[in-house]
Design a protein around this ligand. Sequence first.
Ligand SMILES: [Fe+2]
Length: 216
Amino acid sequence: MKVKSFLGGFDKNFCYLIWCNETKEAAIIDPSVKISQIIEVIESNNLKLRKIILTHTHHDHIQYLQDFIYYYPLIKIIGHPQPLKEMGEAYQGVDHHENISLGKTMLTTIHTPGHYSDSICIWNMKTKCLFTGDTMFVGRTGRTISANSNIDHLYHSVYSRLLTLPEDTLVYPGHHYGFSRDITIKDNKSLSNFFQCNSLDEFKAVMSSFEKSRRG
Ligand SMILES: [Fe+2]
């Protein structure tokens, strides 16, 4: 599987173009960046764009969804089974640990509620890639300030479902908020106190001091 990231959108958003080397079937993860530069790469690599996968339905992550649908009217939209926004007929919900095929590449969904209740992550076990949306960034987790956020759920999602994956898994986040565009789970654990907590209470304390420092 190949991965190309595009930076732009509302707030240093990442949009990812991924594809199967053998079949050239491709998918977009989060249509959060203007479509023109992405189409250029799709066409120059002779890719067949089949799917758009949404890590969650916060506005900035789906900002250019309609543009993609306009250019690729048969495209499938994939995401959480209960998206918080109306997604239309082409939308297909995926359960926790469901497989999504992309040519000969297999992706696995991981439900990760917390930052938002319809958050999911996308994992490719073979190439050890994990697309985390706003659940995990380089250096910290997503925030829990939305109406549909839940810090208890975020703790469970991050600690039970993401940090338990192989440590050499490469995290591709939904925003460029850290010192690098991506990071291994191992390095994120060793560099950030967000990922060193031994209990929910400790995690809540880290989150609360982060929120206070933003206001200060
Ligand atoms: Fe978000």
